[in-house]
Design a protein around this ligand. Structure first.
Ligand code: NAD
Ligand code: DAU
Length: 363
């Protein structure tokens, strides 16, 4: 048995689906079901006796302690977090509550559980904390990619809250001997990605004939990794990662945002040509930038590759094509996630931006 937190979100649900499809042990899936958590992501494992879903908060010490005592997992993988940078700018409090206080309470519950395990159970147990490359801050154009030894310099309330959680996880290893490993991954994309993030937002807006809002000059660089590759890296680290270590995970796919948007438009132009022979590129609209927008992230993934033999299976070209196809094939999922609350978010995030954007030619 393993315990997964945040397993109804984007990466967590992909992880749970892959884990169970590979015939691994049962999963207890603890998720608060915030706006980002969606049981439809887990429809494939509905009724599967290996999947036990529990709605609840990682910050609820008694609930987590009870689950640990009842199910006695040999590992806990912590995906649960508030994850969207723009939302952290609009309202940071939830980010502190879940990412910092929630992770602290989770660690406390695990510490109590771990202390009572016998020696053999202790040697087996792992706490794997899923984190982000954003904790390292922003790189200049020619700076070397982030290594595990890079200094933490978070710039948004989101990345600061993730950095705080990473530090707590590290401290629980050094102080209490908790067997932890942390992964710091770059930008994921793929199935079940909530359409508030760049790639799914561009796909769903393009298909709906809406503007494709590119922040600032669109030259910010991110490293992109197909979500299934992130999941395989997590499995590898869980299996063989060294205790107390951190592992950077990335796809060696650095690209400026505008190039990502152009790729999506080109694939859609082929797979779902728009009426009148227009290219989806014509919908691109430059809008006001994100405050404090990090210019560039890049991951040096040599440690996980050399130590654990992990490599991504997808290139950006194969992964983005699969992703666009997935959204074309799952229109019901897309419609369902675009609830009233989703529409309110889109309005509050983009309304002022569009009004204040400089006028530019886009296509
Ligand atoms: P997501 O926002 O899609 O999903 C987060 C999940 O956590 C949701 O199901 C939500 O309901 C749940 N959750 C939120 N608060 C909770 C709480 N207090 N208790 C229990 N459950 C709670 O996020 P994601 O993109 O799947 O990211 C998962 C993890 O991976 C996060 O920790 C994130 O920081 C990290 N990460 C994400 C990316 C990325 O590109 N998306 C990259 C690197 C690391
Ligand atoms: O690097 C890992 C991180 O990647 C994760 O830790 C975060 O949880 C995840 O959300 C992601 O953060 P980003 O801020 O990089 O992702 P997002 O999809 O929000 O934005 C990607 C880039 O695209 C970023 O430079 C901002 C830009 N962008 C985003 C949106 C939503 C736009 O230009 N327009 C948009 O409408």
């Amino acid at each position: 048995m393993i315990l997964v937190t945040g397993g109804a979100g984007f990466i967590g649900s992909n992880f749970v689906l892959d884990w169970l499809a590979a015939g691994q042990e049962p999963v207890v899936n603890l998720d608060k079901l915030t706006y980002a958590g969606n049981l439809q992501n887990l429809a494939e494992v509905q009724g599967n006796p290996g999947h036990h879903f529990v709605q609840g908060d990682i910050g609820d010490f008694d609930l987590v302690r009870g689950l640990l005592e009842k199910h006695r997992p040999r590992a806990l993988i912590n995906f649960a977090a508030e994850s969207h940078v723009d939302r952290s700018i609009h309202g940071p409090e939830e980010f502190i509550q879940t990412n910092v206080v929630g992770t602290f309470q989770l660690l406390e519950a695990v510490r109590a559980y771990f202390a009572a395990l016998d020696a053999q159970e202790k040697s087996r147990f792992r706490f794997l904390h899923v984190s982000t490359d954003e904790v390292y801050g922003s790189l200049a154009k020619d700076d070397p990619a982030f290594k595990e030894s890079s200094r933490y310099e978070p710039n948004s309330p989101y990345s600061a809250s993730k950095a705080a959680s990473d530090h707590l996880v590290r401290a629980y290893h050094h102080t209490y001997g908790l067997p932890v490993v942390t992964t710091n991954c770059s930008n994921n994309y793929g199935p079940y990605h909530f359409p508030e993030k760049l790639i799914p937002l561009m796909i769903v807006n393009a298909l709906a004939g809406k503007p494709l809002p590119v922040y600032g000059d669109g030259q910010q660089v991110r490293d992109w990794l197909y979500v299934k590759d992130h999941c395989s890296a997590i499995r590898r680290v869980l299996e063989s990662g060294r205790l107390g270590e951190t592992y950077n995970v990335g796809g060696w796919n650095e690209k400026p945002n505008i190039e990502i948007v152009h790729s999506i438009c080109a694939i859609l132009d082929q797979l779902r040509p728009a009426a009148g022979g227009k290219s989806y590129r014509e919908q691109i609209a430059y809008v006001a930038d994100r405050p404090g927008h990090d210019r560039r992230y890049a991951i040096d993934a040599s440690k996980i590759e050399q130590e654990l033999g992990w490599r991504p299976a997808e290139t950006f070209e194969s992964g983005i094509r699969k992703t666009v196809q997935w959204y074309l094939d799952h229109t019901a999922w897309v419609e369902n996630v675009q609830s009233g609350a989703y529409r309110q978010w889109i309005e509050s995030n983009y309304q002022d931006r569009e009004a204040s954007a400089p006028h530019r030619s886009h296509a």
